[in-house]
Design a protein around this ligand. Structure first.
Ligand SMILES: O=C(O)CCC(=O)C(=O)O
Ligand SMILES: [Fe+2]
Length: 210
């Protein structure tokens, strides 16, 4: 199912470590109350995590209503709702580190994890905001940790008017969308014609945000 992949290309250290978030994040104000925090290589030494998730997560195809049909979304997904154990203890550590760091600003914990697998460059997700839940009308946060092959995450203001921003998301990188980002901006992961291996995106969200 997956293109050939060598863990050592991504990360050679064996012991997973995460950077304390305090000094490591860069915040970008996007306007309209939206912001982004980024931390390249937040997680190091995580090649084993990528391999294990690729192998052991019960990936399934995503289907979405579009106009009068239901279509396959070109990527694989697995959703871990509030209260369901995550598929690897390291993901629990990441979620809890994010919850601790953002508690004063977010006022609640990250409780759910959405895992997506982009098998190769023809997998993608179209422009959207995470507005299926509270993000439609409430400021919130979505924290994304990327594993595997680097793919860019693009952002643009809803309603157009500005060139899109491009954030390459490589192995271990963290990107957090905050404030009004889900309702005032859109994001996507475009297809690429480059021969590229699989990428896993892990999105942590508070309860009720989808
Ligand atoms: O692949 C990513 O990092 C973004 C995924 C995403 O936007 C979503 O599943 O809502
Ligand atoms: Fe999203």
């Amino acid at each position: 199912m997956f293109a050939r992949h060598q863990a050592s290309l991504f990360d050679i250290a064996d012991v997973p470590t995460i950077e304390p978030l305090g000094g490591a994040l860069t915040r970008t104000e996007l306007g309209a109350g939206a912001w982004l925090d980024t931390c390249p290589s937040w997680l190091r030494g995580s090649a084993g995590l990528f391999d294990e998730l690729l192998r052991s997560v019960p990936w399934r195809r995503e289907r979405r209503p579009m106009y009068d049909r239901v279509v396959d979304v070109p990527r694989l997904v697995c959703y871990y709702p509030d209260g369901i154990a995550l598929p690897h203890p390291l993901l629990t550590e990441l979620r809890d580190a994010l919850s601790r760091h953002y508690a004063p600003e977010l006022g609640e914990r990250f409780t759910t994890a959405g895992l997506c697998c982009y098998r190769d460059g023809s997998d993608s997700v179209a422009w959207h905001g995470d507005t299926a839940g509270r993000g439609a009308d409430t400021d919130t946060m979505v924290a994304i940790v990327s594993l595997g092959a680097a793919r860019p995450l693009l952002l643009r203001p809803r309603g157009g008017g500005a060139a899109s921003l491009r954030y390459p998301q490589g192995h271990g990188d963290l990107l957090v969308m905050g404030g009004s980002c889900q309702r005032t901006w859109e994001h996507c992961v475009p297809k690429t014609a480059q021969p590229i291996g699989p990428r896993i995106s892990v999105q942590f969200r508070p309860r009720g945000v989808r």
